[in-house]
Design a protein. Structure first.
Length: 178
């Protein structure tokens, strides 16, 4: 949620109240919505940083065959992927309050940094998302503060978005070099 989206929502809720006479006194405290808004906003921030760093890398690399491409994933709120040399880094909203990072090789298999690639399936077809085991990607989870502010964590430790982007982009570049 952007810095003023919450104000727009308050204004719309007030207009709805005036038009219908219905009041939603506790709608702003809906934890599921709060988590979803924070997660979507965080994914958009991550994508922005990945795009900036990928553009810089591509400029320094000066080889159109080795460029990193960043794509949005259709029918999602903010999921995206990076692609280069048959390797994908997929960043998804796995559930409100949780973001997953996973690497997918076009030859089949899924792996996360510092983990061994999973065995290839028959014909080298990558696993579709609904068949993935939950322990194969890396997960970032949200921790809400007393005023519903978001703190993102990895294995219980707070993290900074730019550090996450640097780590995963480095892993992606190293693993996708041809």
């Amino acid at each position: 949620m952007s810095t003023i989206d919450w104000l727009k929502e308050l204004a719309q809720a007030e207009l709805h109240m005036e038009e219908t006479g219905e009041i939603d006194a506790f709608g702003h405290l809906d934890e599921e919505k709060i988590l979803l808004d924070h997660t979507t906003s965080f994914l958009k921030e991550l994508r922005h940083h990945f795009q900036l760093f990928a553009n810089d890398f591509n400029e320094h690399r000066k080889n159109t065959r080795q460029t990193i491409k960043v794509y949005g994933i259709s029918n999602t709120q903010a999921d995206f992927l990076l692609f280069r040399n048959s390797l994908k880094l997929v960043v998804t909203l796995s559930k409100p309050g949780q973001v997953e990072f996973s690497f997918h090789a076009m030859s089949g298999g899924l792996f996360a940094p510092n983990k061994k690639p999973s065995k290839k399936r028959k014909l080298g077809i990558p696993k579709p998302p609904d068949e993935m085991k939950t322990d194969e990607g890396d997960f970032l989870e949200i921790e809400l503060g007393p005023f519903n502010e978001a703190y993102w964590t990895f294995q219980g430790l707070r993290i900074e978005p730019r550090a996450i982007v640097r780590f995963y982009l480095t892993e992606f570049i190293k693993n996708s070099a041809s």
